[in-house]
Write a protein that binds this ligand. Structure first.
Ligand SMILES: [Zn+2]
Length: 325
């Protein structure tokens, strides 16, 4: 952690201290739990505060990694070129500490380690409760892989100009990466576009607002998949949970997944399950960070491709392209 309070209640931010000697002899306490903390001048980790004992602290649940510490320091420094930001901002109403608070109502959470969905949901909802928006910026362990997992899903945001998007922080490369127009193919593999913004270049708040700006004709291309029948058989043989469940649903309707021969649409917006849609009408997931009703987007999307010819590739556009929501 980078901030502490002293006996008089004054907040000390290590990133703003010019003369470290001046604070070395003082006693420090956690801004949240008020437990005793000490200054660490490590050779591996950057200078930071640490609890003497973490046992009773509800604000800091673990020892902070160098990645988390460094990213927080970089983003804070970057923001403070031209924006008012505070690091480790204590919010007594919800008993939480925001990694970085910008303009008093935008919380930036630098998330580097895995966390439970329950905890993520609690944190997200309490920010909402006090009228604060929260942007989750994800460290290496939570970067997008080939497929979307449950945790990834709940860090997704959505805009009409960028579709589903996801923010990644790259500590070694010193950049923030926007993955956007994220789609999923029939096998669940992800495709997306990405934009790389190097740290300290331009205004970070402007960059974070990028998904809401109108983009020039963005498009992403999905290659034709021709081995779906084989893929499904293999997954059923391996008793893959997701495919077994789908096969079960089809069976109950007297149908079989193997009977689907043509796939006019092969790439989908996230959260839309094509196989369930074929037999049930509509069925889609919800996302923790997205409040908007996405069903008009899903409907317009499907309608658009059903009317197309089966060409060798599928071109996908930002949601705004498919019609008003
Ligand atoms: Zn504490």
């Amino acid at each position: 952690m980078l901030t502490a309070v002293d006996l008089s209640g004054e907040i000390i931010n290590l990133l703003e201290v010019d003369n470290i000697k001046y604070i070395k002899e003082r006693e420090f306490f956690c801004p949240g739990c008020k437990g005793k903390i000490v200054l660490k001048n490590g050779s591996i980790k950057a200078r930071h505060f640490a609890h003497k004992s973490l046992k009773n602290c509800e604000f800091y649940s673990e020892n902070e990694s160098q990645e988390h510490l460094q990213l927080k320091m970089d983003l804070y420094k970057w923001l403070n070129y031209d924006t008012y930001a505070q690091v480790e901002y204590y919010l007594p109403e919800i008993m939480q500490i925001a990694d970085i608070m910008v303009e008093s109502n935008i919380a930036l959470e630098v998330q580097c380690s895995s966390l439970s969905l329950k905890y993520l949901s609690e944190r997200t909802l309490s920010y909402k409760k006090i009228g604060c928006s929260v942007l989750w910026l994800l460290g290496e362990n939570l970067h997008l892989g080939e497929k979307m997992n449950r945790l990834n899903m709940n860090f997704l945001y959505f805009s009409m100009n960028c579709g589903f998007y996801y923010w990644e922080l790259h500590n070694k490369q010193k950049c923030i990466v926007l993955k956007y127009l994220i789609h999923e193919d029939l096998k669940g593999n992800l495709i997306y576009k990405e934009k790389i913004f190097p740290f300290f270049k331009g205004n970070l708040l402007d960059i974070l607002r990028f998904p809401y700006r109108k983009q020039k004709s963005e498009v992403i291309e999905g290659k034709k998949i021709s081995d779906m029948e084989l893929y499904i058989s293999q997954n059923l043989r391996r008793k893959n949970g997701k495919w077994m469940e789908l096969a079960g649903l089809y069976y109950q309707k007297g149908l079989s997944l193997r009977d689907i021969k043509n796939y006019p649409v092969q790439y989908f917006p996230l959260g839309f399950n094509y196989y369930k849609w074929l037999i049930n009408g509509s069925d889609h997931s919800s996302f923790l960070q997205i409040n908007r009703d996405l069903s008009p987007y899903y409907e317009n999307f499907i309608k658009y491709y059903k009317l197309r010819d089966k060409t060798s590739r599928q071109l996908m556009y930002p949601p705004a392209f498919y019609g008003k929501m």
